[in-house]
Design a protein around this ligand. Structure first.
Ligand code: HEM
Length: 224
């Protein structure tokens, strides 16, 4: 409640700016996913599934899963927190499944072509990212079945989940950026298009950092 009052007493321009930035983030993550899908043409080769599924996982599903808690840009603003939580875990499950399938596609493709595995920074960070997504998903189970984490308050669990979730998101954005630096992508697009593409995961990462740290700071402020 106090938090809402704090938001209401802010100059309106701040609230408009936040709404505009959240709306742009929806557009950017949809645009970026469609762009990579058009470029990779999923289904035309085994490789084509990798950029498509990874972008779907980290640019679309994970961004939307976090953005639905945004006080300014959530498409579910009017829904109870419990419903948002449910849609959040559905989207995150879709993200984890797409990421695992995307990893399987590239690994099997390399195996078929007798190419060595995990030799680039992109592949190493990417592998770490998919492992962290798995751990983050497992660690989120006590948020649904609270009795699994004895001695931990729900508030504390949520705080750790938000902080580690943000780290996971940043790992995903880093892997996307390194994927954009791959020989395949740099050969597929020209100069300006590359910079525009790289801006997409960069902007969404900044918006997510802002949203999660603000929510955390507001709660700290309420507790003090
Ligand atoms: C967060 C998203 C991503 C993750 C977690 C990820 C993960 C990985 C992993 C683990 C590998 C190595 C597989 C192996 O060595 O067996 C790989 C390879 C590759 N990825 Fe991604 N990827 C992501 C996004 C992308 C995107 C968006 C593109 C293209 C725009 C891309 C292009 C490539 C290419 C060309 C390879 C083969 C060359 C290499 O191993 O570096 N990836 N990716």
């Amino acid at each position: 409640m106090v938090h809402n009052k704090e938001i209401e007493s802010e100059p309106r321009i701040y609230s408009y700016t936040r709404t505009a930035s959240a709306a742009s983030t929806h557009l950017i993550c949809i645009f970026f996913t469609v762009f990579i899908a058009v470029l990779s043409r999923p289904g035309t080769s085994l490789f084509s599934w990798h950029p498509f599924l990874m972008t779907l996982a980290f640019s679309l599903f994970m961004t939307e899963a976090i953005l639905l808690f945004s006080p300014h840009g959530s498409p579910m603003k009017k829904f109870p927190h419990k419903t948002k939580g449910r849609v959040h875990w559905i989207l995150q499950s879709l993200c984890a499944s797409s990421a695992v399938l995307g990893l399987a596609a590239i690994s099997y493709n390399k195996h078929l072509n007798d190419k060595p595995h995990f030799t680039s920074w992109h592949s190493l960070l990417g592998l770490l990212t998919v492992c962290v997504v798995g751990l983050q998903s497992l660690a989120a189970v006590p948020l649904i079945y609270h009795s699994l984490a004895k001695g931990w308050s729900l508030a504390k669990l949520k705080r750790y989940h938000a902080a580690s979730g943000l780290v996971t998101y940043l790992l995903g954005s880093g892997s996307l950026l390194l994927g954009l630096s791959s020989a395949w992508f740099t050969a597929s697009v020209s100069g300006y298009t590359w910079y525009l593409s790289a801006l997409c995961p960069t902007i969404t990462a900044l918006v997510m950092m802002n949203q999660v740290t603000r929510a955390y700071m507001a709660k700290k402020w309420l507790q003090s």
